[in-house]
Design a protein around this ligand. Structure first.
Ligand SMILES: NC(=O)C1=CN([C@@H]2O[C@H](COP(=O)(O)OP(=O)(O)OC[C@H]3O[C@@H](n4cnc5c(N)ncnc54)[C@H](OP(=O)(O)O)[C@@H]3O)[C@@H](O)[C@H]2O)C=CC1
Ligand SMILES: Cc1cn([C@H]2C[C@H](O)[C@@H](COP(=O)(O)OP(=O)(O)O[C@H]3O[C@@H](C)C(=O)[C@@H](O)[C@H]3O)O2)c(=O)[nH]c1=O
Length: 298
């Protein structure tokens, strides 16, 4: 199967380029090769590559900047996935796309299921929801995987920010009233590969080279995919600092969201119920267990 992968230098894209090897012929592209803010280029690259599956982790992920760059965020997160889905439809191809816990308002007490109604509170969240809806509307075989609080050993993320700030400051002041599940980018890539393998197993045809439209249309759809359990950004910081690889441990102070004003509103609780994913595809690790594994390698 020929797989077109976007965002190869992003956290999830970097891991996917490695985990998808062996599952198909991976054509991994960066921003210079396919710029998602240039819809004509997106169209022409897909027509040239002719993939059977498009895997799209590329996104505009700067949550606060998006508040002032609405058009660009909408183009990259909604219009580009829409073009990908339209082109996939013409090719008879499928799509794996990633979305976010920030599609929810965060006011619910328990974890959110795929059946809960999204109500994004930020431009980023609205743009990601619009991307989901465009793919669903195209009627192509797809998996939309909503994840949360992604971190890893490279790129820009909360783990690396905290590890840097810990060396620069004597005190870290971190919000303790926003809850979610920190998810290692490697977990997302490995779970995606498992899902793809399972899709091929569900197919009776044994033809790994092809995408079984019937299987994808019946088993595909929207799934929540995050690490298990939940914590606050403060709890996550505590766990990061307690790892032996962090040489200097600053004082850690719990603050509230209003003590840390930012342009974009974040959900107070965006933990995702992943039962549907785990029942259909594979298990998912606890957030603290995965964080330890990630930091063991740092
Ligand atoms: N990060 C997080 O905390 C979360 C992320 N998600 C979702 O998961 C997916 C993967 O996120 P993650 O890997 O963390 O994101 P990153 O921010 O690490 O990577 C985003 C990737 O998108 C690429 N990109 C950005 N703009 C463009 C553009 N105009 N054209 C082409 N490529 C572009 C970046 O390219 P370049 O390297 O050149 O900048 C980068 O490779 C996204 O859909 C995101 O919305 C969901 C929940 C949480
Ligand atoms: C650096 C810092 C952040 N914070 C708070 C601000 C914010 O509420 C929270 C998280 O900060 P960040 O801005 O790093 O994270 P944020 O950009 O909100 O992360 C989000 O990114 C997008 C892409 C997603 O899809 C989400 O799932 C989520 O991971 O931590 C502090 O309280 N103190 C600090 O010193």
């Amino acid at each position: 199967m020929k797989i077109l992968l976007t965002g190869r230098n992003g956290q999830v894209g970097y891991e996917l380029e490695r985990t998808l090897q062996g599952l198909g012929q991976v054509v991994a592209l960066d921003r210079a090769q396919m710029d998602l803010s240039d819809l004509d280029q997106v169209r022409s690259v897909i027509r040239e590559v002719k993939p059977q599956l498009i895997v799209n982790p590329a996104a505009y992920t700067a949550v606060d900047l998006a508040e002032g760059e609405v058009e660009l965020a909408m183009c990259i997160n909604a219009q580009a996935p829409e073009v990908m889905a339209q082109e996939a439809k013409k090719l008879g191809a499928g799509m794996i796309h990633y979305s976010t816990d920030y599609v929810f308002d965060g006011d619910q007490a328990g974890s959110y299921t795929e059946d809960d109604v999204p109500d994004p509170q930020s431009v980023y969240g609205r743009s990601k929801l619009a991307g989901e809806q465009a793919i669903q509307a195209a009627g192509i075989p797809h998996l939309i995987l909503r994840t949360s609080w992604v971190y890893g050993a490279r790129g820009k993320n909360f783990l690396l920010t905290v590890r840097r700030l810990a060396q620069e400051r004597d005190e870290l002041r971190i919000v303790a009233d926003q809850f979610g599940a920190p998810t290692w980018c490697r977990t997302i890539a490995e779970a995606t590969a498992h899902a793809l393998i399972q899709m091929q197993r569900y197919s009776g045809t044994q033809k790994d080279a092809e995408l079984d439209q019937d299987v994808w249309l019946s088993r595909g759809g929207l799934y929540h995919l995050s690490a298990q359990g939940r914590t606050s950004w403060h709890g996550l910081t505590q766990a990061i600092l307690s790892h032996p690889s962090v040489p200097k441990k600053p004082r850690l102070t719990a603050i509230s969201t209003q003590d840390y004003p930012l342009p974009a509103r974040r959900p107070a609780n965006s933990s995702l119920s992943c039962e549907r994913f785990m029942q259909t595809f594979c298990g998912l690790p606890g957030w603290d267990e995965a964080l330890k594994l990630c930091q063991d390698g740092m």
